[in-house]
Design a protein. Sequence first.
Length: 519
Amino acid sequence: MTEDTSVPSHPVQPRAARDVATTPMRSIDPRTGSVLGTFEDMGPATVARRVTRARELQRDWAALPLRERGRHLLRIRASLVAAGPDLTRISAEETGKPVATAYYELFAACAMLTWAARNVERALRPERRPSYPVVSKRAWVEYAPFGVVGLISPWNYPIGIPFQTLPYALGAGNTVVLKPSELATLTGLRLVEAVNAAGIELAQVVTGAGRTGEALVRAPVDALSFTGSPGTARHILRAAADSLTPVVLELGGKDPMIVAPDADPYQAARAATAAAFLNAGQTCMSTERAIVCAPLHERFVRHAADLARNVRVGPADDSQVGPLTRPAQLDVLRSRIEDAVSKGATIVAGGRERRGLGHGTYLEPTVLDHVTAAMDVYHEESFGPILSVVRARDLQEAVALANDSRMGLTASVFTTERATGLRLAHGIEAGGVNVNDAMLGAAMAAVPFGGTKSSGYGRLQGTEGFRAFSQSRAITVDRFRWTPAMISLMFHRRRHPSARMLQAGLWALFGRNGRRQPR
Ligand code: TXE
């Protein structure tokens, strides 16, 4: 580890520190246990140097016209496509996911880049606003970059999640410093290499665990995008408080799917199991609670159980569900299942560890029926391949159950009646509701993504995503050319208006709507 002697230039930068030498960290393939490579466990000094570098490069990037920034995002896309085989292989090795799942991430990343490239001008060009009630002025809003955006990322989608922020933050004129998860760092390194191979060094990377992440927050960066657990988010907010750094938080969910009495139970079960088991359930917006209305309970449960039993589990490239990325999560999932069964739930599919698949740790895709609010699995994010079925009498009870959660990321509704879908969507407390599918909203680059309640705040993607990493600047100028005589009339009058005159003015401007003028 190198010593740092430079003092970064940011005004609230803490004094330069020396990084204590640490042993390199290792990246491990959860399918085989083999070491894939090592990376540096960076301390505050190294992190500060990377942030300084990003800050130096940001000025030239922000000086480019929006259209030119858009063109460059398409060059990054080309670079990412060229790196595709490499990136998806490394991501699959580090997380254990099937390569196809890594490719979904890459498709999503390219879609985000494409939409951001084509819409950056529209989203961020200066906008005229009425100067009401000041008639003598014109006003407009400009969108300026923050400077350096820190991007602290988890391990579950190490390609897709960074690209929910990166195209929009770059489009807004920022540079970024990525802190990939310690479980998927090699993917992060390759990803940043691909971004910069497009010809402009727009991304830096810092590697390590929580200490490195905290150093990035405290460097400080000028804005932060964090995806991960609520516990870590609290640490980050405390660290960001010193520099008052704005933070966008995406913290996972306990996402419900309401299956209305008129729905096709097979289609609903297909969507629920696909969304529950994708990436071994290690997805923030996976369907964790299927809330099924009478009279569909039995049919939905039967279909969901059949579908779960037919999922291909294993380390091979053509499997659908790989191992848990963090083997220790199996203990958490086991205890959730045991707790649920002890309180009256029934296991209708899976429920056990799948052995004989080599070194990896696998939980069989699991469907639990008769799940109730008394059980941990009803409230706590599983982050594993478990679908809980909660039985509801009717739609009113189903909405109440859906909202009975600390989390509120996304939700879905299955119904054959569009009007029912929309009515339910309006009643569910979530950042996004998908009617007749699950998760698809997040794939739409123009549609904002983020949660309510403990699922976080702020939005990624869409026009909202550009604005999340921009600061609006209000500019006002004179509508008329003022002569010196007019200026002296405005500003050098001796007499101020009396309270009586002001009250009369207030009434003339705002006092109508049929109300009597107060005395
Ligand atoms: O997240 P962490 P992990 C949830 C899910 C999962 C749990 C843990 O429930 O089981 O979070 O996952 C960095 N200051 N989600 O371990 O620990 C860390 O190094 C600054 C939901 O990945 O929150 C990593 O880069 N940074 C979810 C990142 O934060 C710190 C996705 C996330 O780590 C830090 C993943 C600190 N003090 C997990 N401590 C979703 N929304 O999709 C850690 N980090």
